[in-house]
Design a protein around this ligand. Sequence first.
Ligand SMILES: [Zn+2]
Length: 203
Amino acid sequence: MLIERPPFLYRLLFKGTHWRFHTEEKCVYLTFDDGPVPEVTLWVLDLLDKYGIKAMFFCVADNVRKYPEIYQQVIARGHKVGNHTFHHLQGWKMDTETYLQDVKQAAELIDSSYFRPPHGHLRFPQLQALKKRYKVIMWDVVTRDYSRLMTAEQVFCNVKKYTRNGSVIVFHDSLKAEKKMKEALPKSIEWLLQQGYTFKLIE
Ligand SMILES: [Zn+2]
């Protein structure tokens, strides 16, 4: 519970960031972290196309460097991209200058005004600096598709249990999450549609 839906007090530490979009409308915002990687991202793109869903992909710039053609496909197929640092750094472990330099290096490859900190970790000065340049997007539901402790069924259950109007939901287009995500994402989309949710793209 503490992980899947970050608690209110934790959210307060990151003032001015976006965890959920408050709306009466039955809608959700799908996001994908840690790509692009050919084995997983292309599969996600095909699935989203099948449903006509647009999403936001928070890319690790080192992957963009390795797979520029996959990155271009994400954009060409109507999705949005966000900066997720160059080397997937954890803010708490880094001094602010090094961290911001890594984000800046990532911005040379990822043209975006959106940022998501890896692991949701940021020091206060890092956040203050990033907010000047980016809309910082956190999440309302993390599916934990990356976790060795979860089965695909549990990942799907997290979506069912924690999604509410305006939720920002995180899946991972990464090799680590691949197996569980490929099973849980289609089930989640079907379930969300059955519940009457529409899929919106973060503006
Ligand atoms: Zn990440």
